[in-house]
Design a protein around this ligand. Structure first.
Ligand code: UD1
Length: 428
């Protein structure tokens, strides 16, 4: 079983390059199902989730090549419409092929993704939206079966700005007849990037990145070339790692405009953050860090995917902090692991009260999911002694060369044991 062994106490210093966004690349790959020709995506991170999505697409009849951060996807002569459980359970985001398959083939059979370690993760909004677009959906025996005689544009109001539902409906609506308006759409930068890519394929989308997206349906889309936006969560993770180690790190290739709330919260707790010429400089060497309050919210609010990393940081900041998790119902499961490392955290329902301690203490812990795994590594960087993080296949899902990048900044971290990727339920 692979694990990370971290010796705490090194200040991170130096430069680190941020890769392409996992949560954009996966959706762009699914969008390739809509196009008639070859799609080439660059700046694609070399992570396990991308490999899983490549497998999903191959199973659907697409030819997929993945080399050197570039994915080339070409539709085969026959496309299949079933995404099986063995792949969907490995990566919940596989459900994103539902909209493109229905739009392209008129039918889809996709395994129900089910819940995961951070919450029940319903897909009712995906289903209701596809039904509104003219799809007949039945759910049973662990599968969603969808069929249409032709999608028709309509007005859809999402009860909650779900990222995945917005993307599924956005993609389906591209090939629907007439105009679709998605109201209360999610505004994440990855959605704006997906719309840019779809427009390059020939779609007619406006308003992506705002809460009202308008899609004028077209009869066909072609393949396209696209450079994936930088990963704001990877960027935020390294910023938090710099802060918890009380170090000084320069991020290259990140987009500060997509990191507004993360930068604001780091500054609020005493970290100096500057953005100069496309670089983000994080300096935690000068000020004492102090507790702050954070509530996770859909973008542009504070990202739930940064909640665990900030929880680790605040566990070492002087005074009391409150963290409120509003997006996923059970995203505090990793807290017990932080407590084993000496953190003083109490949780009740959606809220955690964190009292900063002068130093965490290294301990053996297990990564329960992707971002919590990254948070435990970060906690280990500042802890007294050695932290061993198990179940790091979760971290491999979303971070390329996490340990290498941290080592290049001076962290003492090594990867030990065999790599395990394939057989546990995935989240993220
Ligand atoms: C995406 C991201 C994930 C991030 C999340 C929120 C990917 C691959 N994953 O996940 O990293 O944490 O956005 O920023 O892009 N919900 C419903 N009904 C639905 C859909 C969602 O009730 O039909 C609820 C979910 O249970 C959850 C909340 O809405 O509590 C947010 O989910 P959503 O925005 O859909 O997240 P994902 O697209 O799954």
């Amino acid at each position: 079983m692979a694990k990370y062994v971290v010796v705490g106490g090194r200040k991170l210093e130096g430069r680190v390059a941020v890769g392409g966004a996992k949560n954009a690349a996966l959706k762009h790959m699914a969008a390739a199902l809509l196009g008639d020709g070859t799609t080439t995506l660059s700046n694609v991170p070399n992570i396990e989730d991308v490999k899983t999505m490549a497998e999903v697409l191959a199973r659907l009849g697409m030819a997929v090549e993945f080399t050197d951060h570039q994915v080339t996807i070409t539709p085969g002569s026959t496309l299949h419409n079933e995404a099986p459980y063995e792949l969907v359970r490995r990566m919940r985001a596989s459900v994103i092929v539902l909209g493109p398959l229905v739009a392209r083939l008129g039918a889809a059979r996709v395994a129900l993704p089910g819940g995961c370690n951070i919450g029940s993760r319903k897909i009712d909004l995906h289903i209701a939206g596809l039904e509104a677009l003219g799809t007949r959906i039945t759910v049973g025996h662990g599968y969603i079966e969808a069929e249409t005689d032709g999608l028709c544009g309509t007005n859809i109001f999402l009860d909650f700005p779900s990222v995945g539902a917005t993307e599924n409906l956005l993609m389906a609506a591209c090939l629907a007849k007439g105009r679709t308006l998605i109201e209360n759409a999610a505004r994440e930068p990855e959605i704006a990037d997906l719309a840019d890519f779809l427009n390059q394929m020939g779609a007619r989308i406006s308003g992506a990145g705002t809460s009202e997206i308008e899609i004028e349906g077209v009869s066909k889309l072609s393949g396209a070339e696209h450079h994936v936006i930088p990963d704001r969560i990877e960027a935020g993770t390294f910023m938090t790692a710099a802060a918890i180690s009380r170090g000084h790190v320069v991020l290259e290739g990140a987009r500060a405009e997509n990191l507004g709330m993360i930068i604001a919260k780091l500054r609020e707790c005493g970290v100096e953050v500057e953005t100069i010429d496309g670089r983000i400089i994080v300096d935690a060497t000068r000020n004492k860090l102090h507790g702050i309050d954070i509530s996770t919210l859909p973008y542009p609010g504070f990202a739930t995917d940064m909640q665990p990393q900030f929880m680790a940081l605040l566990a070492t900041a002087k005074g009391t902090s409150f963290m409120t998790e509003n997006v996923f119902e059970s995203r505090f499961m990793f807290v017990d692991e932080l407590i084993r490392m000496g953190a003083d955290i109490r949780t009740e329902d959606h809220q955690a009260r964190i009292k900063g301690v002068p130093r965490l203490s290294g301990a053996p812990v297990r990564a329960p999911d992707l971002r919590a795994g990254a948070a435990l590594v970060i906690a280990g960087l500042s802890a007294d002694g050695i932290t061993e993080i198990g179940d790091i296949h979760h971290i491999d899902r979303g971070y390329e060369g996490f340990d290498e990048k941290l080592r290049s900044l001076g962290a003492e971290i090594s990867r030990v044991g065999e790599k395990e990727t394939n057989h546990l339920t995935a989240v993220g």
